[in-house]
Design a binder for this molecule. Structure first.
Ligand SMILES: Nc1nc2c(ncn2[C@@H]2O[C@H](COP(=O)(O)OP(=O)(O)OP(=O)(O)O)[C@@H](O)[C@H]2O)c(=O)[nH]1
Length: 533
């Protein structure tokens, strides 16, 4: 409730005049202010010039504490200089800051300075929030809603509107629409997640069934296992690309082998047919021979003279020779067929072995010939189990090429590939037979050193480092120096594979930070990372 104008002090009338201009959304020009002031003051106000009123207002305001006082001083200065433009600017600024979401302060009381500052900060924050929200609605959200164009459009339109919603009603409308949009997005996301989960389950079921149909140890099983591992673990773009590349290569090579295998099987089949033909020919020859012989015995018993007997004997001799020749031919043919079958069998055996080896390719990195991530996981698991069972020390080293990006950028990606191949070759030739090397990712490698204590492990990796600087990599008659940094760690009883790798990785990070081309030994695991003894 405002007081009657006749009871108001000039300061109160001035304040009321400003508030009235604000409520009516009228720019606080000297003229508008004068009219508002007079309106409140009514007829009781003695005729005063506008300048005198404004000067009086400024002088009174300058005596106020805090922000108000500051404004008053600026107004006094503008009035004294006759700079009414500046006076107007100061008032407008003040009005804009105070009329936006101004706190309700009981009429006639002064706004505490702290509260005043708080409002200046709040209105700035509100502007920032409005801008951030608009950006999220116009740009970010639609890019996540590619599959729902109508929701993406609604998001953009809300973003545009929130920038322009200055009245309370407009703001309430936009907020209601944003709530509606968020509800619709929730429904859509739930739908998509459910569909994806169903598809994944269907795929898993399909794989399980195929695997069940295969013979144990079939070459296809290892490929199916790879895909199964992939869809149960976290799927990254790199792991998918790696698996696809490996599988494609293996399937292509296996396709070639399978063709050769079926050709060999046709050869064996033909051999068997020849064998059966010969056998039946021989059986029929001996059968004929039997019949002819029994015919001859009749002729012999009926022979009346020596001449008849002689001709029968000559017949017998001829028949016997034919039967013998036929038998020899059949025996030779059968022997030949048997040998062919044996050879074909050996070839089939070799081809089947190759197929099994192809399955192993799924564990191998195609570029460098070291183990890939899957092979590494299996080997590390096996070595940890062995080390714990035999109570022998197991060390690992994580190696990361130094400044490899620069090699790629300067000499091309193909040269980068050659460098990786060279590095693995040198490492393989420098390590002992029982050590294993695996590609951990891009230009990072893991070396497993079973039955090796920490001092020896560091020495082995130092030897690899020296060997790599000795065996210079040449590119277009240019010598490229290749170095790496390494983190070495020894396995602690009960420590998980992931924990061990993490410690080696931290040590590698320290080696990089300390200037690269060096080896750092990992700290022991935190006590809570190991199972209680
Ligand atoms: N040629 C080639 N490059 C690869 C391969 N895998 C990863 N890279 C590249 O390896 C580079 C790794 O760069 P960064 O992670 O910055 O490492 P860096 O340059 O060795 O730097 P530091 O590790 O700090 O010494 C990237 O440019 C990758 O593109 C690959 O198979 N072949």
């Amino acid at each position: 409730m405002s007081k009657k104008s006749s009871t108001l002090t000039p300061v109160e009338i001035a304040r009321e005049a400003f508030q009235r201009l604000g409520t009516r959304r009228i720019a606080p020009t000297p003229e508008a202010y004068r009219i508002a002031y007079e309106e409140i003051q009514g007829d009781e106000l003695p005729a005063l010039s506008t300048e005198a009123v404004l000067a009086g207002f400024a002088a009174k305001l300058a005596k106020q504490p805090g922000e108000n006082g500051l404004l008053g001083t600026r107004l006094v200065r503008a009035q004294e200089n006759g700079d009414w433009m500046e006076y107007d600017r100061q008032l407008t600024e003040f009005a804009e800051l105070n009329w936006q979401s101004r706190p309700i302060v009981p009429h006639g009381e002064l706004v505490p300075v702290d509260l005043e500052r708080q409002f200046i900060r709040d209105s700035k924050k509100e502007k920032m929030l409005r801008e951030v929200l608009a950006r999220v609605l116009v740009f970010n959200l639609p890019s996540l809603l590619e599959n729902a164009p109508e929701l993406a459009n609604e998001s953009r339109s809300n973003g545009q509107d929130i920038k322009m919603a200055f009245s309370e009603q407009a703001m309430n409308e936009v907020i209601a629409r944003i709530k509606q949009l968020s509800f619709q997005i929730e429904l859509k996301t739930d739908d998509m997640a459910q569909q994806q989960e169903l598809l994944m389950r269907l795929f898993q079921l399909l794989l399980e069934n195929i695997n069940g149909l295969l013979e144990q140890g079939s070459w296809l099983s290892s490929q199916i296992e790879t895909v199964q591992t992939l869809i149960t673990g976290p799927i990254s773009q790199t792991s998918l690309a790696d698996a696809t590349k490996n599988l494609k290569e293996v399937i292509y090579k296996q396709g070639l082998l399978k063709n050769t295998l079926s050709e060999e099987k046709v050869v064996v089949k033909n051999m068997m047919l020849t064998f059966v033909d010969r056998l039946s020919a021989m059986v029929s020859t001996t059968d004929n021979y039997q019949k002819t012989i029994s015919g001859f015995s009749q002729q012999i018993s009926q022979a009346g003279n020596i001449a008849d007997l002689n001709s029968v004997l000559n017949e017998i001799m001829r028949e016997t020779q034919t039967a013998q020749e036929e038998a020899t031919r059949s025996r030779d043919a059968m022997e030949g067929a048997r040998q062919e079958v044996e050879k074909a069998e050996a070839r089939i055996h070799a081809l089947e072995n190759q197929l099994v080896q192809m399955g192993e390719l799924v564990r191998e990195d195609q570029l460098t010939g070291s183990l890939n991530r899957r092979g590494m996981d299996e080997s590390l698991d096996r070595e940890i189990t062995n080390a714990e069972r035999r109570e022998t020390p197991l060390c690992i080293a994580l190696l990361d090429l130094d400044d490899f990006k620069r090699i790629n950028d300067t000499h091309g990606h193909a040269t980068g590939d050659e460098v990786l191949i060279h590095m693995v070759k040198v490492i393989k030739e420098t390590l002992r037979k029982l050590d294993v090397i695996a590609r951990f990712g891009g230009e990072e490698f893991l070396v497993l050193m079973p039955e090796t204590n920490p001092e020896d492990a560091v020495q082995i990796i130092t030897r690899v480092q020296r060997e790599l600087t000795k065996r210079i990599f040449m590119h277009e008659s240019q010598r490229l120096l290749i170095t790496f940094s390494a983190g070495v760690a020894v396995h602690y009883k009960g420590e998980s594979q992931a924990e061990l790798l993490k410690r080696a990785d931290v040590a590698l990070y320290r080696a990089k930070n300390a200037g690269k081309n060096r080896i750092v030994f990992a700290d022991p695991p935190a006590p809570d990372a190991l199972p209680a003894a």
